[in-house]
Design a protein around this ligand. Structure first.
Ligand SMILES: [Zn+2]
Length: 393
């Protein structure tokens, strides 16, 4: 689709260039015509690169042709031809007589080209200059757009402190909670960095900020629990981690490892952990929670109780992923051909789910195998969730 569009834009551009050339010509020279036919020839020979060069060499940027230049630049970027998009946009900016509005718009386009090409320094430099531009003609929307690009750069570079500053500026004129939610995650990122370096006091400090910006962010409870666990405060860790059920129960599986550790280290009764996990299952299905519960039932009441628990769950929430632990329980008690058949069945199930994603972004549909708080595709936060259903949790 983009191919014929590109051809169309270049074709229109060459026709306009040729027509303008003819209109402005005083002498009946045939130079414009030659360029027109040369450009057309490149297009017909499917040589869009040379057609673009011919277009740039021969078509001046002016009021009549500006839209065509912009369309060509945008199209090249969408096709991933970033170097050419940069050339087209820089070519527009070279023209001396551009109004401030147009100049700013083209600078934003150029920054997008740099961003996509991974030239983050150049994109940042351009957008910082735009966002700090004292020119009164700069519109609020240009300022906001340049700040959004800067924010994306800081997110990519994991410069969380700088991202916090920029997101706070954007939050001021955004009625949704979008940037507040993001700032809470940036502080969580900082807390995780401190936690990894065992700087627990600093981790707690930034975590308080994370909670201040979004008290319902389940990640704050997860990180809180992890900090407490690292400090040996098992009771506090359990209190923090179990808060996730009320914040957003679908993220409870993310806390299972830390929760099990805290329960075992604290020596609290296994029954208490089971009650909590069963209460999570009442709200949302999760095969990861079923695994933990089945393990606990097996240790205390034996294989039969564990198998009955899994089978009852699967009747209500059928999922292929639930069959593996069920087969494991039966395999241990089977012999001969039954055992062999169960092993074959298990390998089939493993192969079936091996390539299936476990998580999906609710906003853009991005799918992956591991949990991420930040969607790499739409760049939103807390939009990725476990996939529920026959092939999911
Ligand atoms: Zn997404």
């Amino acid at each position: 689709m983009d191919n014929w569009l590109l051809y169309l834009v270049i074709f229109v551009a060459i026709v306009i260039g040729w027509w303008l050339g003819r209109r402005e010509r005083t002498k009946p020279a045939r130079v414009g015509d030659a360029n027109y036919y040369r450009g057309l020839n490149y297009l017909l020979n499917e040589e869009p690169d040379r057609a673009v060069s011919t277009f740039l060499e021969n078509m001046e940027v002016n009021e009549d042709s500006l839209e065509t230049h912009l369309a060509l630049g945008g199209l090249l970027r969408r096709r991933g031809e970033l170097e050419k998009a940069v050339i087209v946009h820089e070519n527009i900016l070279k023209q001396a007589r551009l109004s401030s509005d147009v100049k700013h718009e083209v600078q934003l386009e150029l920054a997008q080209d740099f961003l996509l090409a991974g030239l983050l320094d150049r994109a940042e430099e351009l957008c910082v200059a735009l966002s700090q531009e004292s020119d009164s003609s700069i519109t609020n929307s240009v300022r906001q757009e340049s700040l959004k690009i800067i924010l994306e750069i800081y997110e990519r570079e994991r410069e969380w402190s700088q991202a916090i500053e920029v997101a706070k500026l954007l939050a001021g004129s955004d009625p949704s909670e979008h940037y507040e939610k993001a700032v809470s995650h940036y502080y969580c990122e900082l807390a995780e960095e401190y936690l990894a370096k065992n700087k627990l006091e600093s981790a707690r400090e930034v975590l308080r900020e994370a909670i201040g910006h979004d008290a319902n962010n389940p990640r704050t409870s997860l990180v809180h629990g992890q900090i407490d666990l690292q400090e040996g405060l098992y009771d506090d860790a359990i209190t923090a981690l179990t808060r996730i059920r009320d914040q957003n129960v679908i993220y409870a599986p993310e806390s299972l490892e830390a929760l099990e550790q805290a329960y075992h280290a604290d020596g609290r009764p296994e029954e208490e952990l089971r009650q909590y996990l069963l209460s999570c299952l009442d709200v949302a299905p999760s095969i990861s929670i079923v695994y933990i519960l089945a393990k606990s039932f097996r240790a205390e009441f034996g294989d039969e109780a564990a198998a009955k628990f899994i089978a009852d769950y699967l009747k209500k929430n059928p999922t292929i992923r639930g069959l593996s632990p069920l087969i494991d329980l039966h395999i241990d008690n089977a012999t001969g051909i039954a055992k062999e058949n169960l092993a074959i069945l298990r390998s089939f199930i493993e192969a079936l789910v091996a390539d299936k994603p476990s998580y999906r972004c609710q906003k853009c549909g991005f799918e992956g195998k591991k949990m991420r708080w930040h969607c790499p595709q739409c760049k939103d936060w807390t939009t990725i969730r476990p996939i529920v259903g026959i092939e999911g949790e």
